[in-house]
Ligand binder design. Structure first.
Ligand code: CTP
Ligand code: MG
Length: 397
């Protein structure tokens, strides 16, 4: 291939009916299921777009969904631009008919093509890279395959007729890469001979072209049956994020001292517009911080009478609603209270339990510590109290 200009496009097959899964999907073809807020078939497009060798994408869609999905793709492109030319065509009755429609839609200068089942959303950019590299070495066809783990038997009417030599058997996946003209010729031949196949490599084999196998990916599963549905939930991509919060209140006549929503013994008071709970305020700021949502002053300004002496647990509830909307899940929280008095120890467990209750977390995911500043500074002189909080969470991508 050296010296020859290589132009590679990808064809994403999304024109099936997903019949084996239809009881789980209310009849919606599986490629349109939402996974991490995007339709399954779009995940494959994004993976292809991460490889600079892929220069364009053809989406093959069911005829009856073509117009709808085309406009959905235009909408998706506004936020997630693939950065590649793409177009949509209607598929055919069988998978191989859909591939054929995709091949006819390729631009004339396209020399190579990767065919991929949109029902395999977990394919990686690395696999795309490996297929392209092997194609560039000059193979007519390159496919990913995996060694079989189980012993394979041939069976007829429940009776074993043969045990196959497992060492020579592989389970093959997509994307499968081909020289475009060779694959098109093979498809034309199959049409003439009325050949029925389940993958494109079979057509090259039928034409006596050699097909090269590279190692596939065990996670590159094809969503096919009910037992695969959990993969679309379990595999939700999660991004760890952390937020830091800090709050101070001056001791003085005003509000009875509450920490983490718990009224403290000893009758101390703080001056505040709200209820002056430094612990919940630090926690809220940490949560807003990890979600990129500013701070409590922005959401609950102390110039607003609505927040006068308001219970901080109510404010926290509002903050939690904001992060639920952003699909963020708090995983653990660590708070330090810094004050000379009162002693936190006797009420520490009550504070932990209340914070855990307010955040709907198990107790062991909430930690509360307390320290003095050795008589130094404003906490040391007993003028005020402060709290710092670190909150960790998982956000969806
Ligand atoms: N496919 C296609 N056109 C068809 C049939 C299948 O584009 N006429 C696509 C599917 O959308 C899928 C891939 O080929 O991404 C692999 O096929 P399969 O897993 O069999 O999907 P379906 O045919 O949709 O499912 P089922 O066989 O359960 O009906
Ligand atoms: Mg099928």
């Amino acid at each position: 291939m050296i010296g020859k200009k290589i132009t590679t496009w990808a064809i994403i097959l999304a024109a099936g009916q997903g019949l084996r899964l239809s009881s789980q999907t209310q009849g919606i073809p599986k490629q349109f299921l939402s996974y991490n807020n995007l339709p399954l078939y779009y995940h494959c497009a994004r993976t292809f777009s991460h490889n600079a060798r892929i220069q364009g994408i053809i989406f093959v869609l069911p005829k009856e969904y073509l117009a709808e999905e085309k406009s959905r793709l235009h909408e998706l492109e506004k936020q997630n631009s693939l950065g590649l030319p793409w177009l949509c065509v209607a598929g055919g009755k069988r998978r191989q008919d859909s591939v054929y429609e995709g091949l006819l839609a390729l631009p004339p200068h396209c020399s190579h093509v990767l065919i991929h089942d949109s029902a395999r959303p977990f394919m990686t950019a690395k696999l795309v890279e490996n297929i392209c590299t092997a194609l560039e070495a000059g193979h007519a066809g390159v496919i990913p395959g995996l060694k079989l783990i189980d012993t394979i038997k041939q069976v007829e009417n429940n009776i074993i007729t043969k045990t196959l030599d497992r060492s020579k058997l592989f389970a093959v996946q997509t994307p499968q890469g081909f020289q475009q003209n060779i694959l098109l010729d093979a498809h034309n031949k199959a049409r003439e001979e009325d050949l029925d196949v389940t993958d494109d490599a079979s057509l090259l084999e039928h034409c006596n072209h050699s097909v090269f196998m590279i190692e596939g990916e065990s996670k590159n599963i094809k969503i096919t049956e009910a037992e695969h549905m959990h993969l679309l939930n379990d595999n939700i991509a999660t991004r760890p994020c952390s937020g830091f919060g800090y709050d101070v209140h001056r001791f003085g006549q005003g509000r009875p001292l509450k920490l983490g929503g718990v009224l403290m013994h000893g009758g101390m008071e703080v001056m505040a517009h709200s209820d002056g709970d430094v612990v919940l305020h630090a926690i809220m700021d940490a949560i807003l911080g990890l979600a990129g949502l500013g701070d409590i002053g922005l959401h609950f300004p102390d110039s607003d009478v609505e927040f006068d002496n308001i219970d901080s647990a109510i404010l926290l509830h509002n903050v939690l609603q904001l992060i639920i909307e952003k699909r963020i899940k708090i995983t653990n929280i660590d708070v330090t209270i810094i004050t000379q008095k009162p002693k936190i120890g006797p009420q520490r467990t009550a504070i932990v339990k209340n914070i855990a209750h307010l955040l709907n977390l198990p107790h062991e995911r909430v930690n509360v510590k307390a320290t003095t500043e050795e008589g130094l500074g404003f906490t040391g002189s007993g003028q005020g109290i402060k709290a710092i909080a670190l909150v960790n969470a998982l956000a969806s991508e």
